[in-house]
Design a protein around this ligand. Sequence first.
Ligand code: E4P
Length: 189
Amino acid sequence: MKIFLDTAETDVVRKHFKTGLIDGLTTNPSLIRKSGRKHEEVYQEFKDIGLNDISMEVIGNTENMISEGKRLSKKFGKVATIKVPCTVDGLLACKELAENNIRVNVTLIFSPDQAILAAKAGAAYVSPFVGRVDDNSFGGLCLIKDIANVYAKQNWTSTEILAASIRNVRDVGRAFEYGANICTIPTKV
Ligand code: E4P
């Protein structure tokens, strides 16, 4: 039952990290852009704060994601989790990175089928987007439950469910109840 922060605000993270309750962190290109800083500078500061699991999103085609993922992993070491989208390019990149012992977070998961493909591609984490699924009038928390059921029925333990796009406190408790292993939470929540 791990709690990650979903942010690129280093000052806020420093404050919350002191509680001893924070197990990791996720970022994305929009959050980095909002911080007004360079992504690697932000990752370095998070590493210096003491975070040992930082999701760093890569973009582009399969080759771009693989080369950037390997570079970030080399630069930041074991704290780097490479985050790729659940697209064909992203899944191919996931497979290659995972085969090189790089932890991969497959993001933008909207169905159990995507979670199955990501698991097969070697993902350490899948990130179902609870809030965005709710925005589109189907159940974000049900998605967590459905993925957890599939993994449990198949005795699949090598991929953890990281509930993302969390918009309120109630969803955090429910996501854990329904089988999420990790919730990544915006600091305001
Ligand atoms: C997760 O890793 C994403 O960064 C994040 O949860 C997306 O949330 P949003 O739907 O609020 O953009």
